[in-house]
Design a protein. Structure first.
Length: 439
């Protein structure tokens, strides 16, 4: 898997609960000290301190990003989940933190890596390998990936979970949620608890690599015969709850396709959007993380490689039905039907002063889709319009309703596919693709 961003440096993952709490606590104390000093300075100058601007200074943003990157696990994953892979619509302070996290790919030192491998495999495991590269080819929030060759000839990618990550989830999530509340980046009367609980639940799922292996095999079966995609083979003999071993597939970052001819870009973007729609309306199960790193491209075969099935989610039938109703009404430009579907999905409350604006934004999306045979993702005018309207809503005091988690995950997946198609500058028959799913 060539073309990956160079990793940063080896940094041991803190494994003890008290050490991790102290890490977040130290970060909070440092931030509080910065805020207090700057607030006092503003008072002395006769001005009233703006607490949000004081919290989100460059120094404090650096503290947050550096500490989350060092801790990894839930601390880092919660921050990434908050971004929903849509930096264009984040508060600029939070977007800065997310950008820093994406650039700080720390990894375990070899000694800590060896301890994890020794605990999970037989003591003489190294004798079964021709090669094992101790420097990972990728590092993320929960684990890092190594390339190796077994003596039986298998070229493998080995995903190794950071030590102590699974045990740290509950306390990390609670501490990061407290930090988010303190930051003022979410409205004061917004109930964060359901989202915190969902993040906790998802993270426990994602740290079970045996379950991820089952999801990988499930998608292999679902996509049997789909010649646009490649999925790694799962090797159960070298997998455990903390280690996932798969076949290594050579590929380029999906973003590099932005420079190839339009036919190739359109082909890849359409295949991924069609797969997303199949996941929702045919399979009833979706890989809910649209991170670009989960898709790679094999220029030899022309196929897209699908990676990382830890965030696979089985969808509730009511959510699928809600999206089908929304599509059907939106494509017919049926305003009343669109409103009914949005209420059913709890996207709007039905009696809120903001319902008209939210519905107007949804109609704008469908209006852009139905007005042309091909949707030009390179045209940023719709995204910029929605961003302006979203900012105006927030400034007017809009607090989102408690949307069902399936709907939020699907919004994230659809948004991620939109961003990827935009990156590829694709032109697709989007109206036709959606019409097939609405019926």
């Amino acid at each position: 898997m060539t073309g990956r961003k160079p990793l940063s440096r080896p940094v041991a993952v803190p494994t003890g609960r008290l050490v991790r709490i102290a890490g977040l606590g130290g970060m909070s104390v440092g931030i509080a000290g910065n805020v207090a000093a700057q607030a006092l300075g503003q008072v002395r100058r006769g001005s009233r301190p703006d607490m949000r601007s004081l919290l989100m200074t460059p120094d404090n943003i650096r503290r947050v990003a550096d500490q989350l990157a060092r801790m990894r696990g839930a601390a880092l994953k919660v921050g990434q989940l908050m971004s929903m892979d849509a930096g264009d619509v984040l508060p600029p302070e939070l977007a800065d933190i997310m950008a820093r996290l994406r650039d700080q790919a720390h990894f375990m030192p070899p000694k800590q890596l060896q301890q994890v491998l020794n605990r999970n495999w037989k003591p003489d495991w190294l004798q079964s390998f021709q090669t094992f590269n101790v420097r990972p080819i990728a590092a993320a929030s929960i684990g890092q990936v190594h390339r190796a060759t077994l003596k039986d000839g298998r070229d493998v990618a080995i995903k190794v979970q950071y030590p102590g990550i699974a045990r740290s989830i509950d306390s990390d999530v609670a501490n990061v949620a407290a930090l988010v509340r303190m930051s003022g980046l979410v409205p004061r009367n917004f109930d964060l608890n359901p989202y915190v609980e969902e993040a906790r639940s998802q993270l426990h799922e994602e740290t079970d690599y045996e379950k991820e292996g089952a999801h990988l095999r499930q998608f292999t079966d679902l996509l049997d015969g789909a010649d646009q995609f490649e999925i790694p083979s799962f090797y159960a003999d070298w997998s455990t709850p903390e280690i996932l071993t798969m076949s290594f597939l050579e590929g380029l970052p999906i973003e590099t396709l932005s420079d190839v001819p339009s036919d190739a870009r359109n082909h890849v973007a359409q295949a991924l959007i069609e797969l997303t729609l199949k996941e929702v309306f045919e399979f009833g199960v979706t890989q809910s993380d649209p991170n670009f790193a989960n898709y790679r491209y094999n220029p030899v075969t022309g196929k897209t490689i699908l990676l990382d099935f830890g965030a696979t989610r089985t969808l509730d039938s009511s959510s699928i039905d809600g999206y089908r109703r929304l599509l059907r009404a939106g494509l017919k430009e049926d305003c009343e039907g669109l409103r009914d579907a949005a209420v059913q999905m709890k996207i709007i409350e039905g009696d809120s002063a903001f319902d008209t604006q939210i519905l107007g934004m949804i109609r704008s999306v469908f209006g852009a889709i139905v007005s042309r045979e091909e949707f030009n993702f390179a045209d940023r005018s719709l995204a910029e319009q929605l961003h302006r309207e979203g900012v105006a809503l927030a400034e007017a005091g809009y607090v989102p309703p408690q949307i069902p988690m399936d709907i939020l995950y699907l919004q994230r997946k659809f948004g991620g596919m939109f961003l990827l198609a935009t990156r590829l500058k694709a032109k697709l028959p989007l109206r036709s693709l959606l019409t097939q799913c609405a019926n």
